[in-house]
Write a protein that binds this ligand. Structure first.
Ligand code: NAI
Length: 354
């Protein structure tokens, strides 16, 4: 079927497309509740012509959140949107949305939603797990025991995290859960940098508001929980690592590219930082000979922080419910470009009426 121009299609259906699979099949189960919604599964192995035909008639796009799982020409940017005249909403499968150019969507009158909160528990537990494992040097002793006989117990003396200072970059769903866990379980002092929050938000979220530089200079642990945006790419560079306390531990479970990998390597190799826990990489998966993977004080995971049974089900449920709301003309709870809502309403009415 070919659909071009601004149209709801001859059958009046609201068309949502996605590649290969949802985060969990529950998204499809939820969307099936509305018979006016037509969900079309696309294959990356299809010809581009076939996929572009589906996109040209689509009203919604449930997009993958990880950059390395989607060819760049299917990222939601201005070139892509120029080929999708009917698109009303781009919905990220996860909390991250770095496959989406928010400004380009806004310029095209397309709303963007994510599923922030649905995987917050999973990621916060993962980040805390990395902090604990690095403080106890579990990764290093595990590697040592597998490679050699005998171990002098004092060689790998660890540290407690109780009473230490935690620095959080990005105090959203995941950052605030980290503040809650670390503050309540371990009595940690929690500093946070988040330029988009009011003072009262920091108080309510259990953190002390601080500048980026003060967080770095005072924290024993720095943990990153902001999105990857033009503003946050290379936010943690050589200068930032230089500002961190000697012996501090760095954790990033947010996105690759927010820290400069070469600068982190240098800070770890010189001994300025004592360890790093990394779930995210500039290129995913990172090659086995990645310099950071050669360091025994780096604990690595392959972007699995949010990948738990519980969180996959939760984000997929959020996605389904949110798309049901949107295609019933109701304002969704996790709207990333709220200023576009009136434009969306107008475009929605033009396509589907009131
Ligand atoms: P959220 O949207 O609830 O919170 C993000 C926070 O970052 C907001 O409070 C925002 O104001 C703040 N922020 C934005 N720009 C900033 C900047 N320049 N500096 C400091 N703070 C800034 O999102 P949530 O759920 O807490 O997730 C955070 C990030 O974690 C996501 O964007 C995603 O990239 C990543 N993530 C990674 C997963 C994994 O499997 N490793 C899974 C889920 C999320």
């Amino acid at each position: 079927m070919s659909e071009t121009g601004n149209s709801a299609g001859r059958d009046g259906a609201k068309r949502i497309v996605y590649f290969e699979k949802f985060a969990d099949p529950v998204t499809g189960t939820i969307l099936a509740r509305d018979p006016s919604i037509n969900v079309q599964r696309l294959e990356l192995s299809n010809s581009d012509a076939e996929n572009w035909q589906a996109f040209s008639g689509a009203h919604g796009y449930q997009i993958r959140a990880a950059r390395d799982e989607l060819p760049v020409h299917f990222f939601a940017n201005s070139e892509f949107l120029a080929r999708c005249p009917n698109m009303l909403v781009v919905s990220s499968m996860g909390a991250g949305f770095d496959t989406v150019d928010l400004d380009a969507c806004s310029a095209a009158g397309v709303i963007v939603v994510n599923q922030a909160g649905g995987n917050a528990e999973a990621v916060a537990e993962h980040a805390l797990g990395l902090m604990l494992a690095l403080s106890k040097r579990v990764g290093e002793t595990d590697q040592f025991m597998r490679a050699q006989d005998g171990i002098a117990r004092n060689t790998y003396m660890g540290r407690n995290i109780q009473g230490k200072t935690l620095g959080i970059i990005g105090l959203g769903h995941i950052g605030r859960r980290m503040a809650e866990l670390c503050g309540s379980l371990f009595g940690m002092r929690v500093l946070a940098y988040d330029p988009y929050l009011e003072d009262s938000d920091f108080v309510e979220r259990g953190a002390i508001s601080a500048s980026f530089e003060d967080v770095l200079a005072n924290a024993d642990f720095v943990t990153v929980h902001c999105p990857r945006t033009a503003e946050t790419i290379n936010l943690l560079d050589a200068r930032a690592f230089g500002l961190m306390k000697p012996g501090a531990i760095f954790v990033n479970t947010a996105r690759g590219g927010i820290h400069d990998e070469a600068a982190l390597f240098a800070a770890l190799q010189s001994g300025h930082l004592s360890a790093a826990g990394l779930d995210v990489w500039a290129v995913e998966p990172p090659p086995r000979d990645h310099p950071l993977l050669s360091l025994s004080n780096v604990l690595a995971s392959p972007h699995t922080a949010g990948v738990t049974h519980e969180s996959r089900h939760q984000v997929a449920s959020y996605a389904g419910e949110q798309l049901l709301d949107i295609f019933a003309g109701r304002r969704p709870p996790r709207l990333l470009n709220p200023e576009i809502w009136p434009v969306f309403q107008e475009r929605y009415r033009a396509l589907f009426g009131d």
